[in-house]
Ligand binder design. Sequence first.
Ligand code: HEM
Length: 486
Amino acid sequence: MTSTVLVENNAERAGTPAAIPVPRPVGAGGPAKRWSTWQMTRDALLVGMSLEDGMISRVRGHDISRFRAGGRRFVVLTKPEYIDHVLHTARLNYIKSVEFEPIRLAAGLNLLTDEGDSWAEHRAAINPMFARRYLNDIVDLMIDPIEEMTSELAGRAGRIEVDLHEVMVQMTLRVVANALFSQDFGGVVASMSDMATKGLRITEVINRFSTVGLLNRSGWGLIKKSIYSRVPLPPPFSTMQKIAHDLDDAVNAVVDDRIAHPTDSPDLLNILLSADEGSWPRQRVRDEALTFMLAGHETTANAMSWFWYLMALNPEARQRMHAEIDEVLGGRRPGVDDLAQLPWTTACVQESQRYYSAVWSFTREAVADDVIDGHHIRRGTTVIVPSHYLHHDPRYWSDPEQFDPTRFLPGAPRPQRSTYLPFGGGRRVCIGQSFALMEMVLIVAVLSGEFTFDLVPGHPVEPEATVTLRPRHGLRVVARRRQEER
Ligand code: HEM
């Protein structure tokens, strides 16, 4: 097979036999190109999937695209109805693909990587912890570390220039530690930003071998075994080994401490330890705890960094946000009832998640042959849902390159299902979405009461698409005290 990427557009495909996908002109993009397996394999190895230059950037404007890279078959879906099919209608036919193996390597079998009845049972046990009613009760636990770090920043003399991304990593990690674990996570907080950057970069490079089929699930299993064997490994595996052991030590310290000193606090750790009357093995408790430690802060930290970046680029939206926060809070600590009084601030957070989605794409694997609106999906095919593209598709968003929070104000039409996917969708939707939204609005309210953040001139801000979308060189800002503006 020489030409293996077939870009199909369903609207234009009317009358075409369903089983024979035909490349043809689509949208405004001109004739669809055919990409050879060789081209896609080379791209996958050299550039990865990345956001603008990588292989999935080639499918812009098409409802469904097919390509092969090495030994793997892919389809990329950009039509919401097709994504609905995978996430909702035929969800049982789609499991997490090999792209989730790096998460399994670090955090074993957990809510993100588990499947079937076992997943459903664990999700049901943890769900109550993330229900709105419960979250309302832990607002104060979220705010304490936010206020502490804001005061630390405010206490600095002279011109305050910081890497706001690093501040966001520490802040979101401390929020998870305090609100979900009644802990402070110790020294790991200071080293997390560096560990995540190194770990995600190495993973992105190793993932390229997965993308072309050179590293399957068993291969990842072997890497995991060697990493945890404590046998010294060559670079880059030695770096992964160090990170894995540091995280393992940190999470084990948290779990062991609670076992040695039981508490009756109704936090996540106690839910994990007491789930089903203690029938979860110690390993599963460790794996879930590490998942929540990592998934609970890394995404939120990136989402926050993109938020501050976009606000710095949109001073009018920022000014309106400051006015709203000043009017509602007048400098006092926010409480749960204030959240509903901050619609513009909330809309800015939601629009920033559209503009730069911390999880910019996610994947599934078909476990059996399937048909999506006449398009055959063979068993073993990897399905890519490129959220970032959906969020910028002019078919679903007017003027998508415009940062426009009014899209999310109360009363605005709700986005069509599966066109706005910052937290994924279907039954595997992010369990922490309400937690994250609440936390983000609180962080914005507290920090914006104190500071205006402006970009340091000349500092490059560039999206880096690893598993999460991160600012490659951090986010250097000058923090100006708002007191002086008023
Ligand atoms: C802005 C912040 C966040 C973003 C953008 C985000 C994004 C996502 C996305 C897209 C998924 C679905 C992945 C897929 O379907 O393949 C997901 C799942 C998940 N997220 Fe989040 N997340 C955020 C915050 C959080 C927080 C705060 C927590 C926990 C405290 C969390 C824990 C999880 C877990 C455990 C799953 C797996 C759920 C399951 O499969 O049952 N996330 N997240």
